[in-house]
Unconditional design. Structure first.
Length: 94
């Protein structure tokens, strides 16, 4: 499927393709999508870089505007809260 934006791809529940993000230095970083969660009325994407350890993830805030984009979450406390929401969601689904 062809997506109009990365955000559209992240929100597709049937998508299991690798997520490719471009860094400022024109380097492409590949990720596995773990989840999209809502915390404090904001959507966040939890992604696992394919070149890092299995248990490491990166969290991005999903910014839906004219130029849908992802903002890296650098606040460690916010990241912990988002991961707690994800773990709660996983427990409910089981």
């Amino acid at each position: 499927m062809v997506y109009e934006s990365i955000v559209e791809k992240l929100f597709d529940e049937n998508n299991d393709d690798i997520i490719e993000l471009h860094q400022g230095d024109n380097q492409i970083v590949k990720f596995e999508q773990i989840a999209v969660v809502i915390y404090d009325s904001v959507y966040y994407a939890i992604l696992r870089p394919l070149d890092l350890k299995e248990d490491e993830v990166v969290i991005f805030k999903i910014v839906e505007d004219d130029e849908d984009c992802l903002d890296l979450v650098v606040d460690e406390e916010l990241g912990k809260k988002i991961l707690e929401v994800y773990k709660e969601d996983v427990e409910i689904d089981q």
